[in-house]
Design a protein around this ligand. Structure first.
Ligand code: TPP
Length: 352
């Protein structure tokens, strides 16, 4: 029997706020450090390859936001799905997907994770629970709710982690989705990555005329955008992987228990421009350098590890291992052949 999806909660009891001192063992710190470093080095390499002309079209880097994808991945369970926008290489790496086919996809090669047809914005890996990679701002949100509907329909306690940007948070389809998600009590966590004005101003003005939060949306606190749909939400320090995982675990517990959707607004900062075409001249350079020295997500974890008596040598070794993975991914991608012409229509057009 399919579940009865019609009844919303009458009086929701919202969960208590996340802990100001999230639990995180030295082992957790090590794992987070390694995963965030892998994203950072991978993205730096992608930026270089773009500059050298090996990557064509768009390329949106995730540098600065590593703690969000990593903290969520640490809260994720097998069977949960992930869906994101076009800035998603980091989410895929955090989900444990091999760096080689991701890099090959960026280069449009046959060995790419979407056979070279998805490119930088449309990578898919459903075998890893990863459902894209979406270039239309906000398009992943209703699809994410659909994945959550599948979870409810099939039973079990899987949740869908649906990532979106602060710009996407003002899209109409997001609100239709929130309404349905409450009505059907869908286990979907809307993870809004608010990269703040400094990093966000560019494209939102140039491409859509929306600007950063405050000029394109009405409520600066995006975690409260679901209030009229009875969706609880928290603002989270998205530069601290501990805080991200802690909030994610609590939100997921709420959704897994059948209470419906949840919003996590991650306060984060993207260090690069919107895409490789954007030199980010609107960012106040000196301020940004000072701020990043204080709150860089990788440096924060490094300091905590050193305080836990982890040696500089061990951290250097992690960095070396990560660089080797990225160099291997780069060589793999550069050596991989281009797709053959016959590949063009495979797995794109379906005979109905
Ligand atoms: C429906 C739609 N409108 C406009 C665009 C052009 N566009 C591409 S990215 C972007 C900004 C989106 O900002 P945000 O959701 O905050 O994500 P971020 O790039 O900051 O990660 C815009 C307006 C688009 N791709 N799709």
């Amino acid at each position: 029997m399919p579940p009865d999806l019609r009844h919303a909660r009458a009086e929701p009891t919202f969960p208590s706020a996340p802990s100001p001192h999230p639990e995180f063992t030295p082992e957790d710190e090590r794992a987070a450090y390694r995963d965030m470093l892998l994203i950072r080095r991978f993205e730096e390499k992608a930026g270089q390859l773009y500059g050298m002309g090996h990557i064509g079209g768009f390329c949106h880097l995730y540098i600065g936001q590593e703690a969000v994808a990593t903290g969520i991945a640490m809260a994720r369970r097998a069977g949960d799905q992930i869906i994101a926008a076009y800035r998603h290489h980091g989410h895929m790496l955090a989900a444990g997907i091999d760096a080689r086919p991701i890099m090959a996809e960026l280069l449009g090669r046959a060995a790419g994770i979407s056979s070279g047809k998805g490119g930088s914005m449309h990578m898919f890996a459903p075998e890893h629970g990863f459902y894209g990679g979406h270039g239309i701002v906000g398009a992943q949100v209703p699809i994410g709710a659909g994945l959550a509907l599948a979870n409810r329909y099939r039973g079990g306690d899987g949740v869908c982690w649906c990532f979106l940007g602060d710009g996407a948070a003002s899209q109409g389809q997001v609100y239709e989705t929130m309404n349905m998600a409450t009505l059907w009590r869908l286990p979907v966590i809307f993870v809004i990555e608010n990269d703040t004005e400094a990093g966000a101003f560019d494209c939102k003005v140039a491409a859509a005329g929306t600007g950063a939060v405050g000029s394109g949306g009405t409520a600066a606190d995006l975690s409260q955008r679901g209030r009229c749909f009875s969706i609880p939400g928290w603002q989270v320090d998205g530069m601290d992987v501990r805080a991200v995982r802690d909030a994610a675990l609590r939100a997921a517990a709420w959704s897994r228990a059948g209470n419906g959707p949840f919003i996590l607004e991650m306060l984060t900062e993207r260090y690069r421009g919107h895409s490789m075409a954007d030199p980010a001249k609107y960012q106040a350079r000196d301020e940004a350098v000072a701020r990043r020295a204080q709150q860089d997500p990788i440096s924060l974890v490094k300091e905590r590890l050193l305080a836990h008596d982890v040696s500089e040598a061990e951290l250097r070794q992690i960095d070396k291992d990560v660089r080797a993975i990225v160099a291997g991914a780069c060589a793999f991608a550069l050596d991989a052949p281009e797709p053959v012409a016959g590949e063009l229509q495979r797995a794109v057009v379906v005979d109905a």
